[in-house]
Write a protein that binds this ligand. Structure first.
Ligand SMILES: *Cc1c(COP(=O)(O)O)cnc(C)c1O
Length: 356
């Protein structure tokens, strides 16, 4: 059965990418074996790694001032690696939800965590106004979460900060055009918009890499990755291969300009259905902070939510249950979700509302 997969992560990948991976699985590029079976030091994998890097530079607009590396341990490992490598004394954090808080928790082991702004008091329903942020002069960096996967909020623009801006873009990386040069570092667990779980894509400015201290474990140093082109040890080769295919696909469809247009369109259709439902469907998120990736919404009662979830599941829509910590519904509409999936969901929402 064809399903529309609204999982928050690991999430659906473009159908064309899944088909290509299947086709190449047992025989990569006429080499007689799969990419999983190739040496990470061989020419077949080296070509994959090189073109993955080039694709990311090209699609995302990453200049030569930045290194691109792939590190195991997902985004959560970065929560610790960032302060371990880059924090000298204190850093500023903007707390916009579960993932921001987890990043702050890890950083406390390495220095002073200063909360520059937070939306915790209003249940993380918005991105705090830049004008209200209390940034400090001697902060090593400013850490933000560009899209809050669980609460359904997203930055519409980014502030200019004196200290390097570091963004956890796990759930909206390469979903729209951003000015990479506004950031000191961008990182993302791969399993939302890029590929398989288990690795993080890290884009880091060279002057930040230079802060890496000597006396930390080799595998936790940024320099280990940047100086060896992610090949100090065996990298997650299949994950990198999948990111290469996903970024090939991004180029084929017209790059981030096209993808951003698609994402705007999908989010507009879904939020319109919510806004036009006379309060039957409602989102707790403030309008100017709505996520275009994770659309969080509620129904009048929890009983109706359970009934709605059952109905959509029977109609081939999976992954719509909200995060266990907040309840309700969540439609994750990452790059790979076609407009058709969102339109079908909206039709089902309409039908359900009329009948219930
Ligand atoms: C999914 C997610 C993470 C966690 O990623 P892991 O790869 O599981 O560590 C961190 N931050 C954000 C914003 C996420 O969406």
């Amino acid at each position: 059965m064809k399903v529309f997969n609204f999982n928050a992560g690991p999430a659906m990948l473009p159908a064309a990418v899944m088909e290509r991976a299947q086709k190449e699985f047992c025989d990569f590029n006429g080499t007689g074996c799969g990419i999983l079976e190739h040496s990470h030091r061989g020419s077949a994998f080296q070509a994959v790694l090189d073109s993955c890097n080039l694709n990311i530079r090209d699609v995302f607009g990453v200049s030569a001032d930045y290194d691109i590396v792939y590190i195991q341990g997902g985004a959560s490992m970065q929560f610790a690696m960032i302060p371990m490598n880059l924090m000298k004394g204190a850093a500023d954090f903007v707390d916009t939800g579960t993932w921001s808080s987890k990043a702050m928790k890890e950083a406390k082991a390495f220095g002073e965590v200063r909360v520059a702004a937070s939306s915790k008091e209003t249940k993380y329903d918005h991105i705090p106004d830049f004008a209200e942020w209390k940034l400090t002069d001697d902060a090593s960096y400013v850490h933000i979460t560009s899209n809050n996967t669980i609460y359904g909020t997203q930055y519409r623009s980014f502030p200019k900060t004196k200290a390097p801006l570091i963004a956890d873009m796990s759930s909206d990386i390469m979903s729209r055009r951003v000015n990479v040069s506004d950031f000191g570092m961008i990182y993302a667990g791969a399993q939302k918009n890029l590929g398989p779980s288990g690795l993080a894509l890290v884009i880091i400015r060279k002057d930040l890499v230079a802060r890496t201290p000597e006396n930390i474990p080799t595998m936790l140093k940024y320099t280990t990755y940047t100086e060896n082109n992610s090949l100090y040890n065996t990298p997650p080769t299949f994950g990198i291969y999948m990111i290469k295919l996903v970024t090939d696909w991004m180029k084929e469809v017209g790059g981030l300009e096209t993808i951003e247009k698609w994402n705007n369109e999908k989010a507009a259709v879904l939020y319109k259905a919510i806004d036009d439902s006379n309060g039957y469907f409602r989102t707790p998120v403030k309008k100017d902070s709505r996520s275009f990736m994770n659309v969080v919404f509620r129904l009048p009662t929890e009983e109706l939510e359970a009934k709605f979830l059952k109905m959509v599941t029977e109609n081939g829509m999976i992954g719509l249950k909200g995060h266990r910590s907040v309840g309700g519904l969540r439609a994750s509409i990452y790059n790979a979700m076609p407009l058709e999936g969102v339109e079908k969901l909206v039709d089902l929402m309409e039908t359900f509302r009329k009948n219930n």
